[in-house]
Design a protein around this ligand. Structure first.
Ligand SMILES: [Zn+2]
Length: 121
């Protein structure tokens, strides 16, 4: 059955468009977050149950990494309301000189806020 096992592993690596945003792993510190993450994959930083960050590549697909604070001792702070499907609250609004990425991760999906998007893709 080794062949079947390999097939399953291969299948799970595919960037399946219907696969939603999900937690793909835990690491102990922010510098341990892998440079490459699976499509729609979120890595939690910190011990399970006391995570301090959620790291993921911005869904705008322009290649920038986001680190969302989950530690209530720091502001602003977000919370993970649900792991399956993944829901992060409140919305994430990343503003730089070049772009604004404002969206919410809800039910494993990204809903963009088009209302305040000032930068065209
Ligand atoms: Zn972005």
């Amino acid at each position: 059955m080794a062949g079947l096992k390999n097939l399953i592993v291969w299948w799970h690596q595919l960037p399946l468009p219907w696969r939603g945003w999900r937690v793909v792993g835990h690491v102990g510190a922010g510098d341990e977050v892998p440079d490459r993450l699976p499509n729609k994959g979120v890595v939690l930083v910190g011990a399970p149950g006391i995570e301090t960050w959620a790291a993921f590549d911005c869904p705008c697909q322009r290649g920038h990494r986001l680190m969302v604070n989950l530690d209530r001792a720091r502001q602003p702070v977000w919370s993970i309301d649900s792991l399956k499907p993944l829901t992060i609250r409140p919305s994430i609004n990343n503003i730089t000189a070049e772009r604004q990425c404002h969206f919410v991760v809800r039910g494993g999906k990204v809903d963009w806020s088009h209302y305040d998007r000032r930068v065209t893709l």
